[in-house]
Design a protein around this ligand. Structure first.
Ligand SMILES: Cc1ncc(C[n+]2csc(CCOP(=O)(O)OP(=O)(O)O)c2C)c(N)n1
Ligand code: SF4
Ligand SMILES: [Mg+2]
Length: 322
């Protein structure tokens, strides 16, 4: 707000001094809120730990951190982060995050949720957030089950999974998150595992650095309702965690075999590998964000209207309707 609009020069000078004051480093203590209420051993604890690490490492401005979520065990995330946040309606967190991102592009918008929230009730919103390329980082904790509501089949549950909604075993083809995100138009798509904190941190940082709609699918075990399902990708439990080798563009013969993250079809091929598949960045492309396009459109409209105020533009629009 300008000095003229506050009508108080001293106040404006004081707030400028506060803004310029040296900042204290962001600590885990400062960003930790309530004690998580997840079941002991739930994979989501490791995700929270990785997220705290990234916030600390990047030393983000505390007041610019926004964590949002829908409904589910994983969606309780915003309660555990001391920052701006909201635990919103089941499946509707992408539209909420979109509004915040577009209205306040200076904020760091982090969205968290589960497979049900993201791929089932919110599946449609996910596609539209992706195609519009709205700037945010969306972290999906995929446990192949509805955890909070105590074991129903989710859109990622494998065929044969016995749950309260499929007592004789799931019969529907599961969603393939990577394929869905590629087809939807997300501009950064990665996959990780809650048992590998170092990898999670790398993926969150890469997603955060990406301008646009960045999504990470993280296999995060629900120890209560679908235990051990991700062991095949956990070396500590006899599995193998195969990381995507990205092209280095160094002209070597080995590089021919490495993955080009900008190649959509190559990403799709990786997504067809049988479970547990591979981990890392599947796809990344540079496409204008809706944030940038909308900003430009607003500027052009303002110039065309001779820098009229919002109220004047609204009045003119109503006048035209008469
Ligand atoms: C509109 C609406 N429909 C259904 C529910 C019930 N419900 C709450 S959480 C949830 C599924 C949660 O599953 P997921 O997103 O996979 O999260 P998880 O608990 O597994 O982390 C459902 C169906 C709800 N709260 N609101
Ligand atoms: S029910 Fe499953 S997903 Fe929910 S807190 Fe417990 S272990 Fe985690
Ligand atoms: Mg789930």
């Amino acid at each position: 707000m300008s000095e003229a609009t506050t009508g108080n020069g001293e106040e404006a000078a004081a707030s400028a001094a506060v803004i310029d004051a040296p900042r204290e480093k962001l600590t885990k203590k400062a960003i930790t809120a309530d004690q998580p209420t997840w079941c002991p051993g739930c994979g989501d604890f490791a995700v929270l730990a990785a997220f705290y690490k990234v916030l600390e490492k990047r030393n983000l401005d505390h007041e610019k951190i926004v964590t949002l979520a829908g409904i589910g065990c994983s969606s309780r995330f915003p309660y555990f982060v001391n920052g701006h946040g909201a635990h919103y309606i089941h499946g509707r967190a992408v539209p909420l995050a979109s509004g915040i991102s577009l209205a306040r592009p200076d904020l760091h918008v982090f969205l968290f949720g589960g497979d049900g929230d993201g791929f089932s009730i919110g599946g449609n919103h996910l596609d539209h957030g992706a195609r519009k390329n709205i700037n945010m980082t969306y972290f999906i904790m995929d446990n192949f089950v509805y955890g909070l509501t105590k074991k129903q089949t989710s859109p990622t549950s494998p065929i044969g999974f016995k749950s309260k909604t499929d007592p004789t075993g799931a019969i529907d083809q599961p969603v393939n998150p990577m394929k869905k995100l590629i087809a939807g138009g997300a501009t950064f798509i990665a996959r990780t595992h809650a048992a590998n904190v170092v990898h999670m941190i790398q993926m969150i940082e890469r997603a955060f650095d990406h301008q646009g709609f960045s999504v990470i699918e993280c296999l995060s075990e629900c120890v209560e309702f679908f235990p051990d399902v991700f062991d095949p990708a956990n070396p500590k439990k006899g599995g193998s965690f195969e990381v995507i080798q990205e092209k280095k563009w160094d002209g070597t013969p080995e590089d021919e075999l490495r993955h080009d993250v900008t190649d959509e079809l190559a990403a799709y091929k990786l997504a067809t590998l049988p479970f547990p598949g591979v981990f890392g960045v599947f796809y990344e492309t540079d496409r204008p964000t809706k944030n940038a396009l909308e900003k430009k459109w607003i500027q052009t409209t303002r110039e065309r209207t001779g820098n009229a105020s919002d109220l004047e533009i609204l009045q003119k629009t109503f006048d035209r309707m008469k």
